[in-house]
Design a protein around this ligand. Sequence first.
Ligand code: URA
Length: 434
Amino acid sequence: MTAVELIRRKRDGGELSTEAIRSFIRGVADGSLPDYQASAMLMAITWRGLTPRELGDWTEAMLRSGEVLDLHDLPGVKPGLVVDKHSTGGVGDKVSLCLAPLVAACGVRVPMIAGRGLGHTGGTIDKLEAIPGFRTDLSRARFKEVLAEVGCCVIGQTDWIAPADRRLYALRDVTGTVESIPLIAASIMSKKLAEGLSGLVLDVKVGGGAFMKDRDAALELARTLVGIGGRTGLPTRAVLTAMDQPLGRAVGNALEVLEAWEVLCGAGPDDVRELTLVLGAEMLALAGMGTAAEAQVELVDALRDGRARRKFLEMVRAQGGDASAIPDGLPRTGATEEVCAAADGFIVGIDAELVGEAAVALGAGRRAVADRVDPAVGIVLDRKVGAPVRRGDRLCAIHVQDGSNPLEAKAKVSAAFHLGPTPIAALPLVLGRV
Ligand code: URA
């Protein structure tokens, strides 16, 4: 069947054969399939979904589009001690930046393949690339070297690992085809199954700033992801976590690196620190390093005694980054704009999706595949949900380039803050586990 026939079949609710899926993904990976046909198929899948058999075949074909790492011969790598974490996407979610070095500092290898910004959510790769010189496109040999020497390494999808996801991910970002459970599941699991892991922890985001807006949808995604892990023999756990307001205070690439650095130094916002510890404890527990409670003690020690932040700097150096730029030499804008409270009251909501869209409007994310992100721009929230405010108090600072016109971002951020006359209770961060 031709590509057009396959797209039509999916569009009309039909099922794709294993061979059809393999040949479609081959065309995605080797570039012979044009963007418009790949995008049309993504939209058809977003509407029609994939059957469990199709999802298995689609994930497998994406996984096999590149190499599957075998880390058994790697010096210092003990079987069972290679664990990763992946988030389904949030606003202000810089946890991977804290978690990879923290968990590595506790003796577990973390070979992380991460993504760029997707839709209104930020991406670990764009954030790390805000560090001058930081390379996320390492060769297989260098990736393994860094993993052996440092204990953690974070790269993006490349032409040698997960190339089909590299292309589909970039197309989904700009074609309104992100919010699809099978596409998210295949994207995440094809990367993670390529890493040669012994365990995987998934942070499945739920709420207005997530791709899954309610708990039922998030549970379905979590079960789909854990199910793929189970069928392929990879021990996988999912934690459902709240994404109703941005995580932490900073949204934007360099601003988030700075905030992650603060957490690694034992400070930073409580919610980022809490989530880092919760997910880190799951990772250590999966590696067989005691119960989640025992693991938390080990993680807190690694933050307190400086091992985690030293590991982060080691990773930055090993990946070509300028460690002396952290924290004071990170890219910064020349100007900031303020958004202030229009009345007295309490913050009863901060629409994370609008804040994420504002960051994209500033240039922190992409609207077309070829867009370059601006590492310096972004938003820093002064107050979060539950805080009291007086009329005229600053709610957030918008970091903008000199001479730019942030009207769209400012309007979105202003609309994101909801004030009410009475305080609301602090929102729980962890909502469930699968
Ligand atoms: N993370 C991914 O890698 N892919 C998605 O589709 C969503 C989050």
